[in-house]
Ligand binder design. Structure first.
Ligand code: ADP
Ligand code: ADP
Ligand code: ZN
Length: 217
């Protein structure tokens, strides 16, 4: 049976890091809404122009914009092997829209993985994050440094610090998370889909916990 996953957790919990390797391991389609927005920003598309002001301040982009983007993505891609939604949904209204879309595509979610971690660890993870310009892979100055400084291990492109990985933008993103995204934990718990992973351990430990969580269906 193929996997249809949502990775849920605060910014910096390690969703992108785990999604990348998990998608390779299980041959899943990795959909990161943050990466899609940054691509739209670079290409100066209408979606990118709308998203910019929200992202810079660490606020969520309006639901309609995000949902339309994800819908297009899921429809266009051959998703028979399954998918990981990384950073989506982030509000109850996004979760409801997703449920409808997946019903139409006949691809109901198989599980929602909750990355559990205290806020105290997130600021250091995010302000030290380095992101690849080519493939979006996340690295960290001390916790997960690239083999060669400033260069992506996976594709060789340059690494950069995201505009929103600054203290004020991270603080705003954490507020948005607690206010609008955390209620999704109850939403998916009620539906019997929620699986928790201790995201405060080193990367390999989280990967192991994630694999065990995926076996629990
Ligand atoms: P998210 O996608 O949830 O925002 P990322 O996967 O981008 O999180 O990780 C945020 C930062 O923390 C990155 O710099 C990443 O290298 C680092 N990181 C990810 N997982 C761990 C971990 N288990 N322990 C320490 N640092 C981590
Ligand atoms: P992080 O990895 O730190 O959680 P992302 O790269 O997932 O950050 O998201 C960066 C920004 O993109 C968010 O702060 C928000 O402005 C926008 N964004 C991404 N996903 C969503 C979403 N599902 N709903 C609304 N805004 C989103
Ligand atoms: Zn890369």
């Amino acid at each position: 049976m193929s996997l249809a996953l949502v990775f849920l957790g605060p910014p910096g919990a390690g969703k992108g890091t785990q999604a990348k390797t998990c998608a390779e391991r299980h041959r899943l389609f990795h959909v990161s809404t943050g990466d899609l927005f940054r691509q739209n920003l670079r290409e100066e598309t209408p979606v990118g122009l709308v998203a910019r002001g929200f992202m810079d301040r660490g606020h969520l982009v309006p639901d309609e914009v995000v949902c339309a983007m994800v819908r297009g993505c899921l429809e266009a891609e051959e998703t028979t092997e399954g998918f990981i939604l990384d950073g989506f949904p982030r509000t109850i209204s996004q979760a409801e829209a997703l449920e409808e879309d997946l019903e139409q595509l006949e691809r109901p979610l198989t599980s929602v993985v909750s990355f559990e971690i205290d806020d105290g660890m997130l600021m250091e993870r995010l302000t030290g994050r380095l992101t690849c310009k080519g493939c979006s892979a996340p690295f960290h100055k001390t916790f997960n440094p690239p083999q060669e400084a400033g260069v992506c291990d996976d594709c060789g492109a340059d690494l950069y610090t995201r505009d929103d990985d600054t203290e004020p933008a991270v603080a705003a993103r954490l507020d948005e998370y607690h206010d609008k995204t955390a209620p999704l934990l109850g939403y998916y718990e009620t539906r019997g889909l929620l699986r928790s992973v201790d995201a405060a351990q080193p990367v390999d430990g989280v990967s192991g916990a994630l694999e065990r969580a995926l076996e629990d269906r």
